[in-house]
Design a protein around this ligand. Structure first.
Ligand code: SF4
Length: 344
């Protein structure tokens, strides 16, 4: 690989994504597009959270490796540059198995039970048995992910703030119990609130794989146009002659994210005066999406599978080195370093 240009004196950022398979525009706008900017300003670690996938999908692990490869390709397609950030796979950094066990010893059960997504996910995924130790403990796994890299910042949307808050509490509790030469070992990370525009799926609900309403980052132009054709619109525009309002239309929301101000002006004028039809308007939205997706898809096509594996191998090696620095301090602070002290 060419030499890394990652600046290690910059504040450190960490974020990850579960290997759910090919990513969609909601993932891109909600996280990846922001990560691409962050890699220019911070020392960034971005990982594929395959151990987190086990907390809900433990019964069938057959998709984890292929999905990890798809997510890695989408990271690269979005513009993450392995020379500017470290991209790695969680399970390939064994310290991610070690720190959760140690932090689990000090984390009160009540802290885990009150994480909002604990009950929500159990209700939403009622077909799976989530009454497991691993599922209850996933916030400890998440706290360990962050604390292993001594991250200064974690980019979060509104719904993930509780996890970072819990991470801060776990770090505080650890630092109360254990010190190394009188110093605290685990710095508390701060939240980096990131803008995530409202991105509706084709049925008007939030774009999400579980709703089957996504536009994939890999969708070809003909697929994008077809999906837009069937997208729901302002319910007030039943006939071509009915006036509508882009502020009440999911297609209008897509325009706000992806279209130029000139197109937006035509959409507002035409929709509110019934001067344009929805088919024409959807065609303009499709034009804008195709323009956004084109460079992403070209980048994706430029990577071979063996290059992706090499990037993940190299990133995981770099992540292990950083994580091991933290673990040495953690083991020493907890007085678990008997053999290293005696030189064995
Ligand atoms: S013209 Fe466009 S913004 Fe207005 S209702 Fe139709 S699709 Fe929506």
């Amino acid at each position: 690989m060419t030499e890394s240009k990652i600046a290690t004196f910059l504040p450190r950022v960490l974020s990850g994504m579960r290997p759910t398979g090919k990513l969609h525009l909601g993932n891109y706008m909600g996280a990846l597009a922001n990560w691409v900017k962050l890699q220019e300003q911070y020392e960034c670690y971005f990982f594929i959270a395959d151990l987190h996938a086990l907390t809900t999908d433990y019964a069938d692990t057959s998709n984890i490796v292929p999905n990890t490869m798809e997510v890695a390709l989408d990271f690269l397609a979005a513009g993450l540059d392995p020379k500017r950030c470290t991209i790695f796979v969680q399970s390939q950094v064994k310290q991610h198995y070690e720190l959760p066990l140690l932090l689990g010893m000090i984390t009160p059960l009540g802290w885990l039970e009150r994480v909002p997504s604990y009950k929500e996910m159990q209700e939403n995924l009622a077909s799976k048995d989530l009454t497991t130790y691993g599922f209850l403990g996933y916030p400890v796994l998440m706290a360990s992910d962050i604390l292993l890299y001594q991250a200064d910042f974690v980019p979060v949307g509104q719904d993930q703030q509780a996890h970072v808050e819990l991470t801060r509490e776990v770090a505080r509790r650890f630092n109360q119990f254990y010190k190394l030469d009188g110093e605290e070992v685990l710095p508390e990370p701060k939240m980096l609130l990131t803008p995530s525009p409202k991105l509706p799926g084709t049925d008007g609900r939030k774009m999400s794989k579980s709703y089957g309403n996504t536009i994939q980052m890999t969708d070809e132009e003909s697929v994008v146009r077809q999906k837009l054709k069937t997208m729901v619109t302002d319910p007030a525009r039943v006939r071509r002659t009915d006036k509508g309002d882009p502020d009440k239309c999911p297609v209008g929301d897509l325009h706000k994210v992806f279209s130029t101000p000139e197109t937006m002006a035509k959409v507002y004028d035409g929709c509110r005066s019934a001067g344009i039809g929805c088919i024409e308007c959807k065609g303009w939205a499709a034009d804008a999406l195709v323009q956004v997706l084109k460079p992403i898809q070209e980048r994706r096509a430029s990577y071979s599978e063996s290059q992706v594996r090499e990037i993940l191998k190299d990133g995981s090696r770099r992540a292990r080195a950083r994580a091991e620095e933290t673990m040495q301090k953690v083991r020493a602070a907890m007085q678990l370093n008997l053999t290293s002290e005696t030189g064995e």
